[in-house]
Design a protein around this ligand. Structure first.
Ligand SMILES: Cc1cc2nc3c(=O)[nH]c(=O)nc-3n(C[C@H](O)[C@H](O)[C@H](O)COP(=O)(O)OP(=O)(O)OC[C@H]3O[C@@H](n4cnc5c(N)ncnc54)[C@H](O)[C@@H]3O)c2cc1C
Length: 412
């Protein structure tokens, strides 16, 4: 038995707990954050770290990081289509790169590049545009031809079914990180600065008077607040309804699956928007397979056989030799899809109630920068940071959408 394990067993003093023990809810907080996923926790972390606001409660109806943060496939990238989107995600990638140092906690950030396959001339045109926008704003992307794709991923079938690969969008900044570690890193850092994280605490209603939020009602009592942020991902429209806000959001399940571990063969993340499928190999050797959202709106985290059949058929078109790999796990989360496939961040019609919503299939990669800008927004009393100005809810009434549909697809 290792000596340190024996010492811990006998004295229990070698490891400091990550979070302080649970406490009672206080009657009032300066800021209440609803949702202890990566986004809510990051907002609390940056509020306490950069703005000295520590009288903060993060409330979650389940356990911290147990929502979509725990269910995503951890793709991090910045090769979107619009300048607004690319600028935003480039800042997130920058923050991700330094998170392990900042937390003193390994988030297993792994920059392995992302390859998106083009099967049509239209896709090639769109990819060229994305390369230009990405590089212009400081990202790293380039077009690859078939030979270069073959050299990068020799195991990839370049002629899947009726959709031969014509070219590829190679995004050098494409990466993954351990999603639980990101949530726990933020939780630990926020708690160390005095933020309270209350699990098993469901917000059931909001008390709004004179167009200001005064308190949130929970299953553990009512707490007053100076301001509130909702960061509940797939439940965004439910919370917005409590606040009397109409949201242009439709909620769909999103599924993913992993095989048993196999010998390492695949470093980059590989996706095909035409096959609606992406494939990556995890650090443990599992082949992770994901695709687009389910075709019908639903609040459900059950995985389905028809999705499995369709997605596996596409994955095998890309990597036929995986036919004998054994599927180990399949799961689902819920995603809030907006009309333009971009998030909703910023002000709401309620003066001191802030929105972090509409995170569809793309929210994990935004965790650091979303938390940082939302914290700035709250600390500045509603002055919207430039980086998220384009993503306000009011863009839908002004017809100024940030259209990322083509750059989202099944690349995540
Ligand atoms: C299968 C799958 C794959 C994905 N892959 C990627 C990917 O590769 N890259 C990427 O960038 N994104 C991906 N996403 C999207 C990403 O997971 C989400 O956008 C992101 O995790 C949202 O984080 P969050 O902190 O806002 O939400 P969550 O992690 O969902 O946290 C919200 C929290 O709010 C809590 N809550 C809800 N209602 C209440 C209430 N009334 N009171 C209190 N608490 C409440 C929930 O319990 C939950 O813990 C994927 C999603 C899924 C499902």
């Amino acid at each position: 038995m290792p000596f340190s394990l024996l010492k811990h067993g006998l004295f229990g003093k070698s490891f400091a707990p990550d979070l302080p023990p649970p406490v009672d809810l206080k009657p009032a907080y300066d800021v209440v954050i609803i949702g202890a996923g990566g986004h809510g926790l990051a907002t609390a972390y940056y509020l306490s770290k950069y703005h000295g606001i520590t009288n903060v409660a993060v409330l979650d109806k389940g356990y911290l990081g147990g929502g979509n943060t725990a269910r995503n496939t951890a793709v991090i990238r910045s090769n979107y289509l619009t300048p607004e989107g690319v600028k935003f995600y480039i800042e997130s990638v920058k923050l991700f790169k330094n998170l392990s140092n900042e937390f003193d906690f390994n988030i297993m950030y792994s920059e392995r590049g992302q390859l998106t396959l083009a099967h049509t001339d239209a896709a090639v045109r769109a990819f060229r545009q994305r390369v230009e926008v990405n590089n212009h704003l400081g990202g790293r992307s380039e077009m690859l031809d078939r030979q270069q794709i073959h050299e990068l991923v020799p195991q990839l079938n370049l002629d899947p079914g009726h959709l031969p690969v014509i070219a590829g969008l190679w995004h050098i900044d494409g990466a993954t990180a351990r999603h639980d570690a990101v949530a726990w890193g933020y939780a630990k850092g926020a708690a160390a600065r005095g933020v309270e994280i209350h699990q098993k605490t469901e917000v059931t209603d909001l008390v709004i008077e004179n167009n200001r939020i005064r308190a949130v009602k929970t299953n553990r009592g009512t707490v007053q607040c100076g301001a509130a942020v909702q960061a509940v991902a797939g439940m965004s429209s439910v919370l917005m309804r409590m606040a009397g806000i109409r949201a242009p959001i439709h909620t769909y399940p999103l599924q993913a699956m992993v095989t048993q571990p196999v010998k390492p063969f695949l470093t980059p993340l590989v996706s095909s928007s035409a096959l609606h499928c992406y494939v990556q190999q995890t650090g443990r050797g599992e082949i992770l397979i994901g695709g687009g959202s389910d075709p019908y709106p639903l609040y459900n985290t059950r995985s389905t056989l028809d999705l499995k059949e369709g997605l596996l058929a596409s994955a095998l078109e890309m990597f036929p030799f995986l036919a004998n790999a054994k599927l180990m796990r399949q799961w689902a989360g819920i995603t809030d899809m907006t009309p333009d496939y971009s998030p909703i961040m910023g002000l709401s019609p309620i003066d001191n109630y802030y929105l972090d919503a509409g995170w569809g299939t793309w929210g994990f990669k935004a965790t650091p920068i979303c938390g940082k800008t939302m914290a700035q927004l709250v600390a500045d009393g509603g002055k919207v940071p430039e980086l998220i100005r384009a993503f306000g809810l009011d863009r839908f009434s002004r017809f100024e959408q940030v259209n990322e549909m083509g750059a989202t697809a099944a690349s995540h």
